[in-house]
Write a protein that binds this ligand. Structure first.
Ligand code: ATP
Length: 250
């Protein structure tokens, strides 16, 4: 069963097309991957699903800047959410862990997590925090450290932990492995897999390089210049000879 279904999605920044007629579905309880090079449209897709694109659009309008147009439909739990504000979508369970972490640099690890859990019930928050520290035991020793003093990998752990604190039903991870070492990529890919298998949270993850993520996804899409040019199960994508060298560096 799908929790998210995107149909005929088009996003324009002024006259430039960033998402071109994309159809995509996330099945409940699965990890779905979106792969694509720089500028393929991954972040725009994440912004559009989380609703942040509506805020960007408003800001641009106030500044008299570029016109952002979003067309098509996004069904979440069978409800059309195209006009629903980002904050409301977060309450409905769509939680974005943005590209480049964006943690609060001057707040400690503990504070970052508490901020993430601001909408959660007290007991829920406590339970999730314990889960985050079990998922990333390394973070437990860094509770009092300010975000800005963490390494890139630690910041990414914190960003994922903060997103989990918001009690997602659909977790959006925008390039969580960006700029990390192969070892840290592996640790985080395993963590994403564990989140999914242990909590059942549906996950949509975008990455430029598919290799570390392919083993943990159930289904994936390849974006090229805003269009979904290819899709399939993890095995289908891995085995497709045409895409191996072009997209996956295999
Ligand atoms: P990256 O890996 O570099 O983050 P991406 O796949 O996330 O790339 P997007 O950031 O979604 O791609 O960008 C898709 C296209 O839309 C690009 O051509 C980009 O230049 C353009 N774009 C993105 N944001 C804006 C904006 N605010 N105004 C104008 N064009 C934009």
């Amino acid at each position: 069963m799908t929790i998210l279904e995107i149909k005929d999605l088009m996003v324009f920044y002024e006259n430039a097309i960033a998402i071109n007629n994309v159809h995509l579905a996330c099945r409940r309880g699965e990890v779905t991957g979106v792969f694509g090079a720089n500028s393929a449209g991954k972040s725009t897709l994440m912004y559009t699903i989380s609703g942040i694109i509506l805020d960007v659009k408003k800001k641009e309008k106030m500044r008299g800047g570029e016109r952002i147009t979003v067309l098509g439909s996004i069904l979440y739990e069978s409800k059309d959410i195209m006009a629903v504000e980002a904050s409301e979508r977060a309450r409905m369970g769509i939680v974005l862990c943005p590209e480049r972490r964006r943690i609060f640099q001057e707040s400690t690890v503990l504070e970052n997590l508490k901020i993430g859990g601001i909408l959660a019930k007290r007991e829920q928050g406590k339970k999730t925090m314990e889960y985050v520290f079990n998922l990333f035991p390394h973070l437990r020793n860094l509770k009092k450290r300010e975000g800005g003093f963490l390494s890139g990998g630690e910041q990414q752990m914190l960003a994922i932990g903060r997103a989990l604190m918001a009690q997602p039903k659909l977790l959006l991870l925008d390039e969580p492995l960006l700029g990390l070492s192969p070892l840290m990529e592996e640790i985080l890919a395993v963590a994403v897999k564990n989140i999914n298998s242990q909590t059942g949270i549906t996950t949509l993850i975008s990455e430029q390089y598919a290799r570390p993520i392919l083993p943990i996804i159930h289904y994936g899409y390849v974006l090229e210049n805003g269009s979904a040019v290819l899709e399939g199960t993890s095995e289908e994508l891995t085995d497709n000879p045409d895409v191996k060298s072009a997209y996956f560096g295999l």
